[in-house]
Design a protein. Sequence first.
Length: 197
Amino acid sequence: MAAVLPFPLHDHETAATLDTMAPAERRRSLGDYLSQVDFIIDTIESLDADDLTGDARNELSEMLIAELAGTRAKVDNVSAALATWESLEAGAAREIERLEARKTRFARLRTRLEDYTLAVLEASKLPKIEGNFSTLKIRRNPPSVVVDDASQVPQEFLRYPPPPPPAPDKTAIGRALKGHQEVPGCRLIQINRLVRE
């Protein structure tokens, strides 16, 4: 008598449904693949030698191979996505640097033209010059203080900003904790990070 396995080896209804679904709807996560691999392995381990007929063994093997192949493809896809985003992140950082340099250059050009135009107006003793759609004119700024020698400024005109609050020296704390010295309020933790190879 043929053994009854605890799950259908081939669900024709599910397969037919998957065939009619759009590829985006059929996507499965890496976790789905891994849990299915674990499920198949657990099923194989739970079967007695008598229950594992040739047909059942072949179908389980095919399912396991298909799931493992899907897992490998998912791992490669995840790795490719990480590499792409890492590359885009680096590209964005380079673009930020380029735009910052561009912004600095434009600000320098604007300041230079403003200074030149102001110098021309002052030298010509003109309060303003008019164009067809705009006007350029001299406007006096409010008076501003220039400190030529800070050491001569009387005490009453000095400000004493508060010192920054003390901050933990993580390097020294880490060295102490690694040397098995207790530091109240501190502990070492070690977390995992993902590495692509």
